[in-house]
Unconditional design. Structure first.
Length: 734
């Protein structure tokens, strides 16, 4: 309860890259609450600080203490639990406490904006004359789509939910309001979750998994739902969510990518009504804040979102679900480098609640924890339909002339499936038209002037683009070295594949889904809608289409170029290829027809290709795990990377040498290897040279011992504009 403070001083966390807190006087503030934000005088300006604790003495002389200015919140914006979680993250990931704490807030509250009460408008459909409805349907398809979504909701839709239907919802709503087709109300009327009389019947494996999880859900426990693609993992999630809602608890449901939220929204709405909030980076700061506030107040009982939704505040959180737990996008690679899956497990442990991880291709770390009996492990090996996932068939492309990246046999199979009025998925994880532009005379290639990377041809833009820094330049008409005009492109990207398929199959629609063709959530939703309408269609895409989506009309899938993974410098390349192969192959045959899956390769005799053809992810995972154990790599070791970037490689390596010197004594006493500093694989990126220093230890305890001893000295090594350094705990790649 707020009351007059008996303490004169308070410690505040500020979002700056310093490993410390700051003391201020709070004598002028009669009421103080831990977890509230204050405007604080700082250097020559002001900063927003989060109050962590109060005390009677200050860490510096009293005459040097400044007074806190204005309290920005009436109630704490971070609970004591989330402050404790952030403190653990700061300690474990070696990140400044202020930056971690503000990462836990919605972006809207990371500045000195004062918290505003959230009153959410909800739009409802009016009863329409038949003539008006037909006019809207005929003349304004996008308005009609939005109108249908509003009509289908018994509780109305708010701004973030309308945006999930169409990102340009503002203009559509104004037009529908002008036609008196819809109206808005506030506050939101009470809404009862949708009840379905005929829930899908669980098969034996689903029922057993649900029953066993339910019996272990009264305390902290980690559960891995390891189910083949299309095995009904989502239905098990929904049963467990309903179990929590029946107990008046809330649920956080994380997915790895924004695209997956759009497909889930309708399923969640159909099952649970409007009692959910959506949060992801495509929403505005205000919309994310509104979702956060609805969940905090308990108006929303389900938080559906991407990585940062993990930090949603709740007084009665009962369950956390991490779908596609193996996905690398759960690891943040800039700013605060944390892994959402691992932090979620820690949050569940601190709250003494269960957490559920789900995947068709679990990470080796999670499988290892299951084998060590740290996690409960449930297997779903059957699909609800009568068709099992298709077996991957290898297509030997040695000495085969490809047309548009496809072998003659693959084109024949595509033609067959389209001719049967089915849909086909072609996976190529390379966007653009062609990855290489080369002079046929002297061998010159187009290289980015800011990065050690080739420029990719984007024919539709008539530009060469760098996919690392965004640099663009016109397509040259002559060689940059010898002025020869015989400039050719090599390799194939999704743009070229799309053009080729349109020429090869002119009577069928071809849809491309990648970061170039999907510029808004509307683009994604529209293309997904076209697929779900059925009818023959060719879907081309990158990793955006490889995971989590349900395409019931797709009967054939193919990976066009898997060989690049065989020559990757990453020790995780084999694991990722296996995950991608089974995820892509699992997109087909999910409806009422059997599916086929193909993988083109120039190396059909490679052991990994043989293993993929035998359709057993577990055996592949076991083989890779044995190799990792022999090499001393994760999951049988822990990795910490120190990375530096500077205007020259020498400056970057010198900075890491300073850090290595701080580590030297500790690594000698413990079983920890220190490798480097060495140049990063892509040494120059965005005009800066990069180097890295790697620590590998047999377990967390050994590494923590080294870091605990060395970090005080390392923290004194300042990061400057000329030379910056960061630390990445549990780095995914070396």
């Amino acid at each position: 309860m707020p009351g007059k403070s008996l303490n004169c001083f308070a410690s505040f966390a500020i979002a700056i890259p310093l490993y410390r807190v700051f003391d201020y006087s709070i004598e002028d503030h009669p009421q103080v609450l831990v977890g509230t934000r204050y405007r604080l005088p700082f250097v020559q300006g002001s900063r927003t600080g989060l109050l962590l604790s109060t005390h009677t003495t200050a860490s510096v002389q009293r005459d040097r203490i400044k007074a806190a200015d204005e309290c920005l919140d009436q109630l704490p914006v971070l609970s004591e639990h989330l402050i404790a979680l952030a403190s653990w993250m700061s300690d474990y990931y070696l990140q400044p406490i202020g930056e971690v704490l503000f990462q836990c807030l919605p972006r809207y509250l990371r500045t000195d904006r004062q918290e505003k009460p959230v009153r959410v408008k909800y739009w409802h459909a009016n009863t329409l004359e038949l003539e008006l409805r037909e006019t809207i349907e005929k003349r304004s398809p996008r308005q009609y789509q939005l109108l249908l979504a509003i009509e289908q909701s018994s509780c109305g839709l708010n701004a973030s939910q309308l945006k999930a239907v169409n990102s340009n919802w503002h203009g559509l709503v104004r037009s529908l309001e002008a036609k008196k087709a819809i109206r808005w109300e506030w506050p939101k009327p009470q809404c009862t979750p949708t009840t379905l009389e005929n829930l899908p019947e669980l098969n034996r494996e689903q029922a057993d998994a649900f029953s066993q999880m339910e019996s272990n859900f009264g305390r902290f426990s980690v559960h891995l739902l390891d189910g083949i693609t299309g095995s009904g993992k989502t239905e098990v999630y929904f049963r467990l969510i309903q179990n929590q809602l029946d107990q008046h608890r809330q649920v956080i449901y994380l997915v790895p990518e924004i695209g997956l939220t759009s497909q889930l929204v309708e399923r969640v709405r159909h099952r649970f009504g409007e009692q959910f909030a959506i949060s992801h980076s495509a929403l505005t700061e205000r919309q994310q804040y509104e979702a956060w506030e609805r969940f905090r107040q308990g108006e929303a009982t389900i938080m559906l979102g991407t990585r940062s939704s993990l930090f949603s505040q709740s007084a009665r959180l009962g369950l956390i679900i991490i779908d596609e737990e193996h996905d690398a996008s759960y690891k943040q690679e800039d700013g605060i480098r944390y892994h959402a899956r691992d932090v979620a497990i820690k949050r569940a442990q601190m709250l003494d609640i269960p957490i559920l991880l789900g995947s068709a291709t679990p990470s080796l770390e999670s499988l290892n924890n299951c084998k060590r009996e740290h996690y409960y492990w449930y297997r779903l090996s059957q699909r609800p339909t009568r068709y099992e996932p298709p077996r991957i068939q290898l297509i030997d492309t040695r000495n085969v002339r490809k047309e548009h990246g496809c072998s003659p046999y693959l084109l024949q199979r595509i033609d067959h499936h389209l001719g049967q009025d089915n849909q086909v998925l072609l996976y190529l994880n390379r966007r653009g038209y062609a990855p290489v532009i080369m002079c046929h005379e002297c061998g010159w290639q187009s290289i980015c002037r800011h990065c050690d990377a080739r420029l990719t041809l984007h024919q539709s833009l008539d530009r060469l683009l760098c996919h690392h820094c965004g640099f663009a330049q016109p397509v040259p008409s002559a060689c940059g070295e010898c002025d020869n005009t015989d400039i050719r492109h090599y390799g194939i990207g999704t743009e070229q594949l799309e053009q080729g398929m349109k020429k090869r199959f002119p009577n069928y629609p071809v849809l491309r889904i990648d970061r170039d063709s999907i510029t808004s959530r509307d683009d994604f939703a529209r293309k997904m809608g076209a697929l779900r309408q059925g009818g023959p269609c060719l879907l081309i895409g990158t990793q955006m289409i490889a995971k989590g989506h349900d395409y019931p009309a797709i009967t054939m899938s193919a990976i066009l170029d898997a060989d690049q993974a065989l020559f990757s410098a990453s020790y995780r390349a084999s694991e990722r290829l296996a995950q991608t192969a089974f995820q892509v192959s699992g997109r087909s045959g999910r409806g009422d027809q059997a599916g086929e899956a193909y993988l083109q390769t120039d190396f059909p005799d490679h052991p990994l290709m043989h293993a993929l053809a035998n359709q057993d992810y577990r055996k592949i995972a076991d083989t890779i795990t044995r190799e990792r154990k022999m090499l001393g790599f994760p999951p049988y070791a822990r990795v910490v990377m120190f990375r530096a970037d500077a205007l020259s490689l020498r400056q970057a390596t010198e900075k890491l040498d300073e850090i290595k010197h701080c580590l030297a004594a500790s690594t000698t006493r413990h079983q920890v290897k220190c490798i480097g500093p060495i140049a990063a694989l892509m040494t120059r990126r965005i005009g800066r040279y990069r180097a890295q220093l790697c620590l590998i230890g047999p377990d967390t305890h050994e590494l923590r011992s080294v870091l605990r001893e060395a970090m005080p000295a390392i923290e004194s090594i300042k990061s400057t504009q000329k030379v910056k350094w960061v630390v990445d705990v549990d780095a995914l790649d070396l």
